[in-house]
Design a protein around this ligand. Structure first.
Ligand SMILES: [Zn+2]
Ligand SMILES: [Zn+2]
Length: 156
């Protein structure tokens, strides 16, 4: 049987990534079971070590609703959270990363944190501090890449 990743052509890269991804899906599933997860007190200074804040309400409300096509139903496409196959004609929600979920599965999750439980692609949040942190992180990464490039240029 082809795995979800084969079908979606997004092979998880390293075991650690795979582990983190499973951990997120585990969390998303336990939400489904009615277990309310406490992500800890809000501390805006340490985003590196915690799950990002909830997705922006407007963004969540405007997530496209898509109808499962016969083709998708034929490929036994599953909701990554509850692992039930989507049925033809069913209305599901599509995240910007193109992953599909049942509303009942993804909405409680996005009310907790802003990333796709499958690929961790982040949605915008309503929290300015976090948006700033995100931009900062991009800048930090760009700086690191530049340093790596310089290092590479000097030592090769
Ligand atoms: Zn589901
Ligand atoms: Zn995704």
């Amino acid at each position: 049987m082809a795995s979800y990743f084969d079908e979606h052509n997004c092979e998880p890269t390293v075991p650690e990534e795979q582990y983190r991804q499973n951990a997120l899906l585990e969390l998303a599933r336990s939400l489904l079971g009615g277990m309310d997860i406490d992500f800890g007190p809000m501390d805006f200074t340490d985003w590196d070590h915690r799950l990002p804040p909830p997705a922006s309400k407007t963004v969540v409300e405007n997530l496209p609703r898509v109808i499962v096509t016969p083709e998708q139903a034929d490929t036994a496409l599953k909701c990554p959270v509850c692992l039930l196959e989507f049925e033809e004609g069913e209305t599901v929600r599509r995240l910007p990363c193109e992953h599909l979920f049942h509303s009942a599965c993804i909405l409680p999750w996005l009310g907790k944190t802003n990333s796709c439980p499958l690929c961790r692609d982040e949605l915008p949040t309503d929290i300015p501090e976090y948006e700033e942190y995100k931009q900062d992180k991009v800048r930090r990464q760009q700086r690191e890449h530049r340093l790596e490039y310089l290092h590479g240029a000097m030592y090769t």
